[in-house]
Design a protein around this ligand. Sequence first.
Ligand SMILES: *[C@@H]1O[C@H](CO)[C@@H](O)[C@H](O)[C@H]1NC(C)=O
Ligand SMILES: *[C@@H]1O[C@H](CO)[C@@H](O)[C@H](O)[C@H]1NC(C)=O
Ligand SMILES: *[C@@H]1O[C@H](CO)[C@@H](O)[C@H](O)[C@H]1NC(C)=O
Ligand SMILES: *[C@@H]1O[C@H](CO)[C@@H](O)[C@H](O)[C@H]1NC(C)=O
Length: 847
Amino acid sequence: QLRKPVMVSISFLLSVCRYPLGMSGGQIQDEDISASSQWSESTAARYGRLDFEEGDGAWCPERMVEPDSLKEFLQVDLRSLHFITLVGTQGRHAGGIGNEFAQMYKIKYSRDGSRWISWRNRQGNQVIEGNRNAYDIMLKDLEPPIIARFVRFMPVSDHSMNVCMRVELYGCEWLDGLVSYNAPAGEQMSLEGQPVHFNDSVYDGAVIHSMTEGLGQLTDGMCGLDDFTHSHVYNVWPGYDYVGWTNESFPNGYVEIMFEFDRTRNFTTMKVHCNNMFMQHIKAFRQVVCYFRSEADWEATPLSFSPVVDDVNPSARFITVSLANHMASAMKCHFYFADAWMMFSEITFQSDTAMYNTTLAPPKTASGPPTRDDPTHKIDDSNTRILIGCLVAIIFILVAIIVIILWRQVWQKMLEKASRRMLDDELTASLSLQSETFAYSHNNPSSSSSSSAPSEQESSSTYERIFPLGPDYQEPSRLIRKLPEFSQSSEEMGCLHSVSMKSPYCDGVPHYAEADVVSLQGVTGGNTYAVPALTMDLLSGKDVAVEEFPRKLLTFKEKLGEGQFGEVHLCEAEGMQEFMDEDFSFDISDNQPVLVAVKMLRADANKNARNDFLKEIKIMARLKDPNIIRLLAVCICSDPLCMITEYMENGDLNQFLSRHEAEGQLALISNAPTVSYSNLCYMATQIASGMRYLSSLNFVHRDLATRNCLVGKNYTIKIADFGMSRNLYSGDYYRIQGRAVLPIRWMSWESILLGKFTTASDVWAFGVTLWETLTFCNEQPYSQLTDEQVIENTGEFFRDQKRQVYLPQPVLCPDSVYKIMLNCWRRNTKERPSFQDIHRALLESQA
Ligand SMILES: *[C@@H]1O[C@H](CO)[C@@H](O)[C@H](O)[C@H]1NC(C)=O
Ligand SMILES: *[C@@H]1O[C@H](CO)[C@@H](O)[C@H](O)[C@H]1NC(C)=O
Ligand SMILES: *[C@@H]1O[C@H](CO)[C@@H](O)[C@H](O)[C@H]1NC(C)=O
Ligand SMILES: *[C@@H]1O[C@H](CO)[C@@H](O)[C@H](O)[C@H]1NC(C)=O
C-alpha cells in the first residue's frame, strides 16, 4: 500500500519555517497589535488573536466593510523581520453569540513601517479566500512568502457586511537580515525562437530600468531547477524561477547587485544559487568582487572570490562565497560573466552566529504535482539529443542526491557532537534552551476554561521556542516569570537549602502557591507531560507526600537516557518496599533490591532547571494509574536532585517486541519466543487505558511510542517518558537545524507544521504506536521515507489531496483494528477518536 516516496519539492526553509509567531501563543504583546478602528473596547485589536475567546471574541472594525474600500485593517508588529510562509484566520464565534467573519481579505506588509506593499500571489492576485464560518480556522500558504516586520490583514467584501477577525502568522525570524536588493532588471532570452523571461516576477520594490528597494525571487526560498525552462511553480512562463542577464547588456563584464541589511552584521558567507547549463551558454559567475559599507563609507578594499568555472556538470548549484567576517550594513557585489548568460534563483546571507543551514536543504529536483499541466514539458521524440541531455541531467541529479545524503549524514554526526558540546556550555542559558528536546507547553488559563471537550484541550506547545532561530521566542521564562510560583527563587523552596541543613530527611515535596501553573519540560529525560492550567486546579486538590530516599541505597546499573540538564539511570534500590504504598502492584519479596529509574538533575543545573525539576516531581507524584509509571521517592535534600520512578523488568516495549515473534510456523522453526495476537492487543489496550487517564487530566504526553512504554510481568504495560536522547533511538528523532529533536514519525501533521500538541496529536501517536506493536517493531514507521520525505508527507496530510501516504496494514492486523489506526490519523483533529473511544474499540475487537 505504500506509494513510492514523493520527491521533496519545497526548500527546507519553506517547509520548516512554519511556526506560529505568537498571536495565539501570546508572545506577541497586546501593544504590538493595532487596528484602523474598533467597534468597541471589547473588540479591540488585541482580541484579534487566533483561537482566543477573550473580550467579545475577535477584533471588529467600527464600520461595515464595503466593496472596493480598503479602509479597515488589523496590524501586527513582529518587532523584527520575519520570513512568513503561512497565515491563519478565523471569525468571531464567542461561544455562539458571534457570527462575523471575513470571506476574503488582502495582506499588506512593511519592513520599515513606512513603505507598505500589497501582497500578491504568483499569479498576481491579491485577494485571499478567508473564512466560511465563524469558528473554523482557515490556513493559507503564502506563495511567495513575505519578508516583513509589519503585517496588515485587510478584510474585503463584494457587498457591505460586518466583519470580525482573529489571525495568526506562521514563519520564523529572517536571519539573513536582508532588507532589499537592487539589481538590473532581469532580461529576456530567445530560445529556439521562443522568449524565455528572466524578470524577477515577485520583486516587491520599484522596477523601471533596474530593480530598487525590494526583495523578490532571490529571497523567496525557492531554488530554480537545473533546467531553467521548467519550474516548481504551476502555470508560469519558462525561466520563471531565475533572474538572468546577458553579457551583451553589460560592457563592463559584470552585473552589480547592491544588498541592504537591517543593521550592521558580521558576515560569514553569501550563498548564490546559480544555473549552470553551459550547453546553453549559461554559467555561474567567474568572479565576484564585493564592497562593504558599515557606517557611511565604503571600505576601500573589496573582497574578491573566483569559483572554479564548471563546464562539466550542468546542474544548478549554490556557490558559497566567504565574506571573511566583514562588518557591513550594505554590500555591493560585482558578479562577472563566465559565459554569455548568468542566472541566479536565490541568494542567502549568513551572519553573526545565527545561520540557516540551507546547504543541508533537500535537493531541489522536484517533480511537481502529478496533475500539473506543463506545456513546456514536451519532449520531442525525434530530437534524441535533448533526450540524452535529459538522461545525463537525471544521472547528475541522482549523483548529487547521493552525495548530499552522504554529506548530510556526516554533517548530522558533526552537528550532534557540536551541539552536545554547546549544550554543556550553556547550562546557564535561559530555560528555553533546555529544549534539547521539546519545549514544554503552556495553555492560556482563560482560554482553557472556556473550551469544552478534553480533546480540545490544547497545550499550544510552541516549539518555535526551541527553534534556534528566534531568540524572542526562545524565552518562555518571560511567560513563566509572570506566574507567582516561578517568580520565587529556589532559595525559598522548602528544604532545598535551609531545611536540609537541619534534618537529613525532609518532609516531602515543598509546596507553594499553585495559581495558574503552566506545564513544564522535564529537565532530565526530556519532555514531561504538558499540563494545561485547568488541570492544575484538579491537581492542587490534595497534596501528595513523596518521601526522601537515602541516596546510598541506590546502586547504578546503566544509563537509560540523557537530557540537557541531567540523566536517567537504571538503578537497584534497597529497601524500597517501605516507600511503596499498598496499591503498588510490585510483588517482590522483602529486602530484595528493586529496579528503579532514577532521573537526576545535574548539580550545576541553573535555578530555572531546579525549579522545573521540583515542579515535575509535583506533577509526577499525582499521577496514579495502573498503566502510568509511578513516582516512588525523591532525593531532594542534597544535590544532585533525583526522582525515583518505577521500572519494569522487561524493559521497554520496543526492545521487548524486537526480541519476540508472532506465533506461527516461522517462530516454531526459529525457536524464538513468541507473543500471541491477543497479548499484543492486551498491551495496546493498556496503553490506551493509560492515555485515557492522562487525557482525562488534560495531560498531553507528546512522545508516545513503544520506546516509552515499559513491560512488566504478564504483559503489563506502563507508560513512561525517558526523553529523547537515548542513543538506542536517536534515529527516531529528527534534528532540526542541528538542535531541536522531534519524533517526526510519530507526530501529527499539526504538531510538525504548526507546533500544536494536543490530546488529538497524542491520539495520532497512539495510532503509530499501535502500528509498531502489531509489526513487532520490526521497522521504523515510514522506514522507506527519509526524514525530509516524512515532512513532505506531512504537507500532504495538511493539503489533504489524497496524496498522503499512510502506514500499511500490518499482516497481523484485522481490518477493524486498522480502521482504528486510520481514524487516529484523520486530518481533522475533531474527527479523531478519543482515548475513551479507542480503548472501547480495542476491547470490542478482542471480544
Ligand atoms: C515578467 O515577464 C512575464 C512574461 O513576459 C510578464 O507576464 C510579467 O508581467 C513580467 N513581470 C514583471 C514583474 O515584470
Ligand atoms: C566577527 O565574528 C568573528 C567570528 O565570530 C569574530 O572573530 C570577529 O571578531 C567578529 N568581528 C567583529 C568586528 O566583531
Ligand atoms: C559574451 O560572452 C560570449 C561567450 O563567452 C562571448 O563570445 C562574447 O564575446 C561576449 N560578449 C560581450 C559583449 O562581451
Ligand atoms: C548551521 O551550521 C553551522 C555550521 O556551518 C552551525 O555552526 C550552526 O549552529 C548551524 N545553525 C543552526 C541554526 O543550527
